[in-house]
Design a protein around this ligand. Sequence first.
Ligand code: G1P
Length: 287
Amino acid sequence: MIIKPLRKAVFPVAGLGTRFLPATKAMPKEMLTVVDKPLIQYAVEEALAAGIEQVIFVTGRGKSALEDHFDVSYELEATMKARGKSMALIDGIRQKPGSPVYVRQQEPLGLGHAVWCAREIVGDEPFAVLLPDELMVGGFMKQMVAAYDRLGGNVIGALEVPDSETDKYGIISPGKQDGRVTEVTALVEKPARGTAPSNLMIPGRYILQPEVMTILDGQKPGAGGEIQLTDAMAQLIGRQPFHGFTFDGQRYDCGDKGGYIEANLALALARDDIGPRVRAFAQTLLG
Ligand code: G1P
């Protein structure tokens, strides 16, 4: 089996962010900051640290702040230079010419549809998908790439959740397990309570073969009336290697208000500059 190197990553960023209104009325939800960095930058940095060369944003109307964030900011840079200020915090955000590439998802028809919108740019190569709502500390994609380089085929995240949460996610039917790697025998998107085949959910990290795009060409709407990536991936099982990978690190669901606050608190406490102050304040607040 030839294992093609992974070079491209798709970031679906067209979502409306209704769960975060009013904050996201005029601002993309991916620009919400955890401490001082927007969610999208955490996700892009995670991909680059895993060796990704081509960043692909599947975007939509009202998302131009994302494009600006990864571009040059002449006024800002000139002013900072003139004032002798360090550029350390903005250096490196700008990508090499030709990356990111932007494609638009004109209608919110589901995650599968969003990924399919990138098919021309992905072409005939394996690709990663990262959902920036989920902030991963510890280099999830890098660990997945190491597993992919051994296993080939498709490698998706696999994390345990309590029974009460299995209806919120794509769920894996597990086969043989070997350390952090689990064979995937079936996938189901948002199973009704009490019907989940396991507690292993799919967090928003995927390494997929390009054949999934062909399946998405004809994919009918599934759970919630949306075109589901999970349904298309399920059809690859048995035709190509398909594994789940359990991450050694921390996942914060920043698509949820509670998870977003937890991420801010955890990352602030871990910082040398503001950590001690935040810790002292939290302790006072909690009595
Ligand atoms: C999407 C996927 C789901 C996955 C989840 C991870 O669901 O469809 O399989 O488990 O992301 O966050 P969504 O959160 O968009 O409903």
